[in-house]
Design a protein around this ligand. Sequence first.
Ligand code: TK8
Length: 340
Amino acid sequence: MKLNMTRLMAAATVALATLAAGAAQAQDIKPRLIRFGYGLNEQSNQGRAVKVFADEVNKLSGGKMKVRAIGAAALGSDTQMQQALIGGAQEMMVGSTATLVGITKEMALWDTPFLFNSVKEADAVLDGPTGEKIKDKLQEKGLVGLVYWENGFRNLTNNKQPVNKLEDLNGVKLRVMQNNVFLDSFKSLGANAVPLPFSELFTALETKAVDGQENPYNTILSSKFYEVQKYLTVTNHVYSPWIVTVSKKWWDGLSKDEQAVLMKAAKTSRDFERKDTREEAAKALAELKAKGMQVNELSPAEANRMRDRLTRVNASIAANVGMDLWQDVQKQLAQLRGQK
Ligand code: TK8
């Protein structure tokens, strides 16, 4: 009996030790969880690309890093998520560079109206030395920028009247991103510009708190703005990028290998996202028309008047971001245009 008892206890000790070891092992292989927030819905170009990123991280890390994608601003608006990243309460997000201007003023460069004539120019500048320089500025503010994604050329929608000339914008209550360049730009066009987070935009349009907004075709489609907006004016007034960012607090605790996984996956997601966005944009206008939106293009004379008014903000952008950055971009664009 005594012998059996001892045996039993020994067996139990072994069993316990095995359990403990198992638990420790489970601890080791418990994947690193990455909460990745974004503002648009799952069925948008943004949602699709976040999924590609998540799959890629899973694959490259052999399941040791797991991305939990949380869309539709469920973790907050762009600016709220940025603060969560800075504080370390959230690991990653993708959002508009325009909403980062309050944190890193150099980001305002990307808000310059009519800066890029094509997506090719945008890719070259964003992925080139100027894009890198501006991205790096985020670090001193507690963020790590990985890659730029395409949001796209922005166009105007409203519910009041077709905008055929500049004066048609007079008094139109227009939602703009939370950023002084956009505010000044649209005020100078005569609109009553109201800054609002994107997450509040659909409701604001639906309840007629605002009359209009501006976003790329893709977003007008994926956010169903066609349900609450009648008129679309093709303006292409600015190319606006998204940027994938990481909490620096969290990033600094990762191994070099883990950082490399995120960077590699980010690049893959970027290449996918740009292609996907461009394919969708090419079809989106026809779809928006089919959904009942009334679309007009500005006459060249009116487009020039608008351009002239909008580019009046250029001097203040240049002063804000610094002349060096401003001239770097102008130089690169001149080179790109000369190469044609
Ligand atoms: C999504 C926003 C959106 C932007 C806007 O969170 O606010 O209008 O175009 O894409 O970043």
